[in-house]
Design a protein around this ligand. Structure first.
Ligand code: ADP
Ligand code: GN1
Ligand code: MG
Length: 382
């Protein structure tokens, strides 16, 4: 269940937990007072808070308790964040942004002891980042213009890191986006599953088994040297992309915990599976989920406007498969987590991850049904 103490009910536990959040927030302000703390955003992994302080000029910041069940080496997450943001800021200074555009990079804030994080008495890992003002993120794609900006944001991010040697980044989450590893884990979990086999569970079981051989293709292309490792974001879904509240243009991308060496295909696939599903990944009406080709064209147009220059012929060859694969992979990750008893993603009910898996599998089917159209869009934009 959502393990967030601002809404946790057990009074004693909640009291202790609140004390830790306030204590954590205070670590990241050199002077002044914390005025308010509230939950922020809808991330599935960390606990995120917006902190208001009475310091003029810097009146808000983002405070996060890193989920160390997921990120076993949070110090590496912080190291990557500082390498990636440092490089992006340097590149940004050399770049001419188009008229009227802004691009913001979240900054790591230091704790009073000069470190980039603070451990509370219970051992929780807290970090703070600068708040990007006058910006908003959406959980679902709003329209064609939004889709184009979401693509632009990913293209901008890849451009800013395109000359950073990937080996300067650590692997913060081993196996992340390595689909064959998710399949192996799924097989192990399935052997132990003793729960009910409802029609929905059976649909998912069938769905995975009919696609698991194909799911190795990006990793095979990587091993064969057809696709190269580059710095990637890892999680460029719609709600990690911030839009300017004044003009609706993309101004930044947050959630840098999964920045690491990887295939840009993981990012492109993730951005498209998220940006082309107008019903969103949390809908309960999974049967109505559809991959929208017009949104796909817009996201890719926005992306390629920035990134076309560094994509190779081979990169283009694998674009369609990466869209299909990352939707499938996320469905598999949600479904495995459901079978395993919800140990990874935050959930609101025991069936939440099953509902999310159904959405991604239906989205995958819709991508498959429209293969010709999607390949046509990619061909047109090359
Ligand atoms: P999680 O890893 O749990 O997804 P995120 O880092 O994505 O956590 O933060 C959750 C949400 O908070 C984001 O989707 C975004 O809307 C908002 N957010 C995060 N960092 C910032 C920031 N620096 N400025 C403004 N909003 C932010
Ligand atoms: C998680 O943290 P958040 O909500 O931005 C997950 C992504 C999934 C996403 C699905 C580290 O992202 O991989 O695509 O949920 N992040 C991690 O909503 O596993
Ligand atoms: Mg997030």
């Amino acid at each position: 269940m959502y393990n967030n103490c601002l809404n946790r009910s057990k009074a004693r536990k909640r009291g202790k937990c609140l004390k830790n959040i306030f204590a954590a927030a205070e670590q990241f302000i050199p002077s002044g007072k914390v005025v308010d703390i509230r939950e922020y955003g809808h991330g599935n992994i960390n606990n995120t808070y917006l902190v208001t302080v009475d310091v003029t000029g810097e009146d808000h910041f983002i405070l996060q308790r890193i989920n160390t069940q997921v990120f076993r080496r949070p110090e590496l997450v912080m190291l990557n964040m500082s390498v990636a943001t440092g490089h992006a800021i340097m590149r940004l200074r050399q770049m001419q942004l188009r008229e009227g555009r802004r691009w913001e990079v979240p900054r790591v804030l230091m704790a009073r002891d000069g470190r980039d994080h603070w451990l509370d008495p219970e051992g929780s890992f807290w970090r703070a980042v600068s708040f990007i003002e006058a910006a908003k993120s959406f959980d679902t794609i709003q329209d064609i213009g939004h889709a184009r900006e979401v693509g632009y944001a990913l293209g901008m991010f890849h451009t800013l890191l395109s000359d950073l040697p990937p080996d300067r980044l650590a692997d913060t989450l081993e196996g992340f986006h390595i689909t064959p590893r998710y399949i192996r884990h799924y097989d192990e979990v399935l052997l132990k599953y003793r729960g009910a086999k409802s029609p929905e569970v059976n649909y998912c079981l069938q769905f995975v088994s009919s696609r698991s051989a194909w799911a190795h293709l990006l990793e095979i292309a990587k091993q064969q040297g057809i696709l190269d490792l580059r710095p990637i974001h890892g999680d460029p879904k719609v709600n990690n992309i911030l839009m300017d509240t004044a003009d609706g243009r993309a101004i930044g991308i947050v959630d840098l915990d999964t920045v690491k060496p990887g295939l840009v295909h993981y990012d492109i696939g993730d951005c498209l599976r998220s940006g082309c599903n107008p019903m969103g990944e949390e809908t309960v009406q999974w049967e109505g989920v559809r991959f929208d080709p017009d949104l796909c064209r817009a996201v890719l147009q926005g992306y390629l406007e920035m990134a076309k220059g560094f994509l190779t012929v081979n990169d283009f060859e694998y674009l369609y498969d990466s869209i299909r694969l990352i939707a499938f992979e996320l469905g598999l990750r949600f479904f495995t987590d459901f079978l395993e008893g919800n140990v990874y993603f935050k959930v609101r009910s025991p069936e939440h991850n099953l509902a999310r898996a159904l959405v991604q599998f239906r989205l995958t089917e819709s991508i498959e049904e429209q293969e010709k159209t999607i390949r046509g869009i990619i061909r047109d934009l090359r």
